[in-house]
Design a protein around this ligand. Structure first.
Ligand SMILES: [Zn+2]
Length: 89
């Protein structure tokens, strides 16, 4: 499980996501499938909130070790957008 603190903490991953531009598919609110369009590799990222803290979980090797990679950054970006859309309705 990866704890998401500030955007700065995952800035490197965000920059990588901007370069790689993976495809993010929404499975449901909080669950995303991230695809690397170059390699075709897919990863499942889950975003959740517990005790007011935000966490993410990624199915890749780095994610399992608690490291936030670009998969997490891409999914979190989609998650925040989705949360904002839901809040505006
Ligand atoms: Zn990952």
């Amino acid at each position: 499980m990866i704890q998401l603190t500030t955007a700065t903490a995952i800035e490197k991953a965000i920059n990588k996501a901007r370069t790689v531009k993976p495809r993010v598919r929404v499975n449901c609110f909080g669950s995303y499938t991230v695809t690397n369009k170059q390699t075709g590799a897919t990863y499942t990222v889950e975003c959740l909130k517990r005790d007011g803290k935000r966490f993410a979980h990624c199915s890749c090797a780095a994610g399992k070790r608690g490291r936030a990679g670009y998969h997490v950054a891409a999914a979190v970006g989609a998650h925040i957008q989705l949360a904002a859309e839901q809040a505006s309705h």
